[in-house]
Design a protein around this ligand. Structure first.
Ligand code: AMP
Length: 192
């Protein structure tokens, strides 16, 4: 089983590369952003709470996210090829909770793959995506807040995962296929 955290700033290509990984390896996929957007679409209580944070470029409180994540993870059953965590963890308490949640199930994170993309490129990609995505948080003002949240709250996880011994750095510039080839080569080198 290869549980993998796909990591990077907003606009780094986590969603795009997750799709490629699902196709090639048959992994399950948890995108916490997709889960929340779905809750908003369905008008649930969780969706109503989440919307305020998302539209403001802020993170949803950790306790809430950790509960959601465990619930979705368990929906894959106890035997699966692996799950891609996309957009989670975003804070150190989330990374610690993920480790504990997996440990309780006899599982672990096999790799954290960091998609490294320069700031100007992230900004350009997100503004471009906003023209088509219809996402309420893909506008210049909210993008700046999200990048700031990434740098202050999420980027410290790079060192956290280095200490765990599972960090893999991948250059996130180039074509989708070029980037995916780099990711696949990291995954293929993981032991079973
Ligand atoms: P994403 O689609 O991953 O860019 O997530 C969009 C928004 O959903 C983020 O800006 C946060 O407001 C919220 N969100 C997604 N995942 C998390 C998480 N792990 N922790 C807190 N907030 C999250």
């Amino acid at each position: 089983m290869k549980n993998i955290v796909i990591f990077g700033a907003p606009g780094a290509g986590k969603g795009t590369q997750s799709d490629k990984m699902i196709e090639k390896y048959g992994f399950g996929h948890i995108s916490t952003g997709d889960v929340l957007r779905n809750e908003i679409k369905n008008g649930t209580a969780l969706g109503k709470t989440a919307k305020g944070y998302i539209d403001n470029g802020q993170l949803i409180p950790d306790e809430l996210m950790v509960d959601i994540l465990a619930h979705v993870y368990d929906s894959f059953g106890s035997h699966h090829k692996g799950v891609i965590f996309d957009g989670f963890p975003r804070t150190t308490p989330q990374a610690e909770a993920l480790k504990k949640m997996l440990h309780e199930r006899g599982h672990k994170i096999a790799a954290m793959i960091e998609l490294a993309v320069p700031e100007e490129e992230l900004m350009a990609r997100l503004i471009n995506r906003g023209k088509e995505s219809g996402r309420s948080d893909d506008n210049e003002e909210t993008i700046k807040k999200r990048l700031n949240v990434y740098h202050t709250q999420t980027a410290p996880l790079i060192d956290w995962y280095k200490k765990e011994g599972v960090h893999h750095h991948v250059e996130g510039l180039g074509t989708v296929e070029e980037i995916f080839a780099r990711i696949a080569s990291e995954i293929d080198q993981l032991s079973e």
